[in-house]
Design a protein around this ligand. Structure first.
Ligand SMILES: C[S@@+](CC[C@H](N)C(=O)[O-])C[C@H]1O[C@@H](n2cnc3c(N)ncnc32)[C@H](O)[C@@H]1O
Length: 259
């Protein structure tokens, strides 16, 4: 990686960025996304799931609740080390608390692929607004490419067993953060700590501007739905469908490894 690119900051690793997004769950558009994602999640007793880019673990919690605590295990993976605390707290929320063997945090960067997982060992993968941030710089081409994004989809397909499900959301091309902010306004009145919520919304808006700038440079990937569908089929998924959510600023995909 060239010096200029190596110097490109990845705020997702930052504690402050991770913590700002812990409050995202209080935003009305996120609640819509959460509900829609849940409608496509069908965790069954004894299954093993992976939450990619887990953040505070909202989707991990949803999976656990939907399975009524019957899942075999969930691996909650994120590049931000700070999220280990959020997942540790999450385990304690349940009664009785869930063991580390059953909900485990793994700090990893999915831009490097998922080679640590054995093929065909996972029943389901969930991911909320994270896959777009798989990044790859091509030294040969001197530009960002979708190589890490494509490899991530292929790796997810490889580690799923036949019949395994991949349910994930990604932002639409050129997302309107203004629209997300507008639809989030009422959430100030329902937030548990309105001032903290407002502060984190302001923080998130600064990171959001960075994300859009980087997407415009080709580092991050807010792709049209038909392009994502094509990539999922090329990765090996037989059944693919999608819907709009998040105040129309994100797609949710459900892909099934049919073979
Ligand atoms: C918008 S937040 C969503 C968090 C969570 N999925 C949710 O629904 O609340 C995106 C998450 O993706 C994680 N992330 C971004 N790039 C990543 C990477 N290359 N490897 C692993 N995690 C990444 C971030 O740290 C962050 O927690």
């Amino acid at each position: 990686m060239s010096a200029a690119v190596a110097a490109d900051i990845n705020y997702w690793y930052d504690k402050r960025c991770a913590k700002a997004y812990w409050d995202q769950g209080e935003m009305a558009p996120y609640q819509e996304l959460f509900r829609h994602t849940g409608e496509w999640l069908d965790p069954a007793p004894g299954e093993h799931w992976l939450d990619l880019g887990c953040g505070a673990g909202r989707l991990t919690r949803l999976l656990w609740q939907k399975s009524q605590g019957q899942l075999g295990s969930i691996i909650s993976l994120d590049c931000a080390a700070a999220n280990v605390d959020a997942i540790a707290r999450l385990r304690q929320e349940f009664s009785p608390p869930v063991s580390q063997q059953r909900i485990r945090f793994v700090q990893a960067d999915f831009s490097s692929g998922l080679s640590g997982f054995s093929p065909g060992t996972i029943d389901g993968v969930v991911s909320g607004l994270a896959v777009s941030y798989a990044q790859h710089w091509s030294e040969a081409l001197g530009q960002w490419t979708t190589q890490a994004y494509d490899r991530l989809l292929a790796d997810v397909c490889r580690l799923l067993r036949p019949g395994g499900r991949f349910v994930f959301s990604v932002n639409v091309p050129n997302p309107s953060w203004f629209r997300v902010g507008l639809f989030s306004l009422p959430s100030i009145f329902t937030a548990r700590k309105p001032l903290k919520f407002l502060k984190n919304c302001l923080r998130m808006s600064r990171y959001a501007a960075w994300l859009k700038r980087e997407a415009a440079r080709g580092r991050f990937h807010y792709l049209p739905a038909d392009v994502v569908e094509e990539k999922l089929r090329a990765a090996g998924f037989g059944h693919v469908e999608h819907r709009l959510s998040f105040a129309r600023q994100a797609y949710i995909f459900r892909a099934i490894k049919t073979l």
